[in-house]
Design a protein around this ligand. Structure first.
Ligand code: CP
Ligand code: NVA
Length: 303
């Protein structure tokens, strides 16, 4: 049976920590000029139904960096666009490639592909989760702040796919998580309940962003309208207007707290240009770390 990465719930704390520690090692080795060939002769297929800059390029660079090869398919170029069943796509792709990296809308799409694939399926973002992103974010926090166990991490904004994966990460890694979300934009309640039942620290939902960032070591921010929600953009601009990460909000947080943004960012909406471009914001280190964490994931699941 192949091992899939559909959400962070699929792995134990030890396994997730293993991805992060291995990615830190691979990053160090790459900087030292060590050549990696672990995936020579292996091929992955990327199937993306939504746009991507970072996730696509970092997965491709990771696979090539380990000696492997990549086939990229935008979903509209495949027979999926003409309603070929997912179970057929999964079984056919499994005959050609050693793993599938999938970005799509419904979580049920990756779940169904995984149910029929005989190779690993990796979730590269759905409406419900963005697990690989959160692993690179955790890696970045680990680099900047050391051990995660005693940290307070804040989430400010929409209770979206990123927020859901952060909640699962809190349940696994054991850091304190406080999410400030407006009414009606809370994270998935089932994910919240399950992660709370496993967590050793609190996972709290509040309304006031100032409350969430007080005493926080890390502040997370993401777009107010995710991919697929473009028609809600105008409404969301109003709902989230008090949730901008700006200097005024950061005045409530410790001076040494860091700001994470998975990018792409909408300057002067969810984050000001001033904060995004400040040394406190580690968004570009996060972006780099996506490649290193993807290497660690591919090495473990594909090799
Ligand atoms: N952070 C992230 O997933 O970026 P892309 O949409 O560019 O892949
Ligand atoms: N929540 C965002 C993340 C983008 C990387 C989205 O789903 O569009």
């Amino acid at each position: 049976m192949p091992r899939h990465l559909l959400s962070l719930q699929d792995f134990s704390k030890e396994e997730l920590t293993g991805f992060v520690e291995r990615a830190l090692q691979l990053k160090k080795e790459q900087k030292q000029g060590v050549a990696h060939r672990q995936l020579a002769g292996r091929t992955i297929g990327l199937v993306f139904e939504k746009p991507s800059t970072r996730t696509r390029v970092s997965f491709e660079a990771a696979m090539y960096g380990l000696g492997g090869q990549v086939i990229f398919l935008s979903a509209r170029d495949t027979q999926l666009a003409r309603s070929e069943p997912l179970k057929d796509m999964a079984r056919v792709m499994s005959r050609y490639v050693d793993g599938m990296v999938v970005r799509t809308f419904g979580q049920e799409v990756v779940d169904e592909l995984a149910a029929y694939a005989t190779v690993p399926v990796i979730n590269a973002l759905t409406d419900l989760h963005h697990p690989c992103q959160i692993l690179s974010d955790i890696m970045t926090v680990r680099e900047k702040k050391g051990d995660l166990q005693n940290l307070k991490i804040a989430w400010v904004g929409d209770g979206n796919n990123m927020a859901n994966s952060w909640i699962q990460a809190a349940g696994k890694f054991g850091f304190e998580l406080v999410l400030a979300c407006p009414e009606g934009y809370e994270p998935n309640p089932d994910i919240l309940e399950r992660s709370r039942s496993e967590a050793i620290s609190s996972i709290t939902l509040v309304r006031d962003p100032a409350h969430a960032v007080a005493g926080a070591d890390v502040i997370n921010v993401d777009v107010w309208a995710s991919m697929g929600q473009e028609e809600q953009q105008a409404e969301r601009l109003k709902v989230f207007s008090n949730y901008q990460v700006n200097r005024r909000l950061l005045a409530n947080a410790p001076d040494d707290c860091i700001v994470l943004h998975c990018l792409p960012a909408h300057r002067e909406e969810e984050i000001t240009d001033e904060v995004l471009e400040s040394p406190q914001c580690v968004a570009f280190d996060q972006a780099e770390n996506k490649m290193h964490i993807h290497k660690a994931i591919l090495e473990k699941l594909i090799a």
